[in-house]
Design a protein around this ligand. Structure first.
Ligand code: FE2
Ligand code: FE2
Length: 356
């Protein structure tokens, strides 16, 4: 059990004890899930510290969202296992199985081509343990990069190439010592340089494995470059960075910020999109960042919102033809297609992370 300030409470945390008012009457029972109503009631009672039983933060996705999923949950899980094998094989045998890489990238490309529609839910793999971050992150960055490519009309063989490039973008991290990879602190300068070199190690592994395509290599080698020239390793500026480098850079940051890491909790998808947009033309390319909104909407799935009728809900899918009117699962209620509810609108975004 931990006592935390109420303003640090996140939706879905569990109360570790009964909460009582001054007369001893129970206001909320032990094991109640914290939501906006609980928080506002506790504030009214003047309770500003609360006992919670778990601080584990993972994203809870409504089952309804998967009806609109651009990748089926089975294919997501299957490819996750395949990616794990590819990375483990590379770590232990120094051998990158290119056929397996193409097979994974083709499967994700096919799912996107077959399931892309106006109502869109983008499923991302949430990690179960910190040492699995690299596998889940590689899968997620591949999915997001491929969607950004589709939004920029990059299709066919080129789409397969960016799927391959983004899947492999961090393979160089298999050469970075595990203590540096999982350090729950800020790295020192020397460690930072080793970490930065993962793009170089990745490029080498790709070339040694027979990858010749300049674009694929670009996504691996340039995904930490910034359009203002302040990135690494080469400090390339906007017109020197390849299209794949620019796309993977955005997908990489989106997944990194929305994930739990050993040194930080996850950001909400809404906050993450806002961060990327405010850094357009500094860190990120504006055209491809726009693609992020086209695919995820202004309020990405997982965003907690309040509607003009006072109801709370969670966005479960974006509406590509009406980006401010997504599909919303109302708390204890039905799914609402906001594009068909002209009398309703989103009045507030609640920047909580969902927890399960
Ligand atoms: Fe990276
Ligand atoms: Fe990455």
């Amino acid at each position: 059990m931990k006592i935390i300030p109420l303003n640090k409470a996140k939706y879905g945390m569990i109360l570790a004890m009964d909460i009582r008012d001054t007369t001893g009457k129970i206001i909320f029972k032990k094991n109640s899930e914290i939501n906006e109503e609980v928080i506002s009631t506790l504030k009214k009672f003047g309770i500003f510290n609360i006992p919670v039983s778990s601080l584990k933060v993972t994203q809870k996705i409504s089952q309804e969202a998967f009806k609109h999923s651009v990748i089926s949950p089975e294919i997501l899980d299957l490819n996750y296992e395949k990616i794990k094998d590819v990375f483990k094989n590379l770590e232990s045998n120094n051998n990158l199985d290119i056929d397996a890489v193409i097979d994974i990238a083709s499967s994700i490309k096919n799912e996107i081509e077959n399931n892309y529609s106006d109502i869109l839910f983008v499923p991302l793999k949430k990690l179960k343990s910190f040492d699995e971050y690299l596998y889940a992150h590689s899968l997620n960055v591949m999915i997001i990069s491929s969607l950004l490519a589709v939004e920029s009309k990059i299709l066919g063989d080129e789409l397969l190439d960016i799927s391959i490039s983004s899947l492999l973008h961090d393979i160089g991290k298999t050469k970075v010592p595990i203590e540096i990879m999982n350090a729950p602190r800020v790295l020192n300068e020397e460690e930072m340089n080793i970490m930065r070199n993962h793009v170089l190690y990745g490029k080498k592994i790709a070339i040694e494995s027979g990858i010749k395509d300049k674009n694929i290599i670009g996504g691996i080698y340039e995904h930490h470059e910034r359009v203002d020239g302040k990135g690494y390793l080469e400090k390339k500026n906007g017109n020197e960075i390849t299209v794949f480098g620019k796309i993977v850079a955005i997908a990489d940051v989106y997944d990194a910020l929305t994930s739990v890491r050993s040194y930080k909790g996850p950001w909400s998808p809404y906050k993450t999109i806002s961060f990327i947009l405010t850094n357009v033309e500094k860190q990120f390319d504006g055209t491809f960042a726009q693609g992020l909104i086209n695919a995820f909407g202004i309020y990405p799935a997982g965003t907690r919102v309040q509607l003009s009728n006072g109801q709370f809900g969670t966005v479960i899918a974006s509406n590509r033809s009406n980006k401010i009117r997504p599909l919303i699962k109302i708390d204890h209620g039905d799914v609402l297609d906001l594009s068909k509810e002209k009398n309703l609108r989103i009045v507030k975004v609640l920047d909580y992370i969902l927890i399960e």
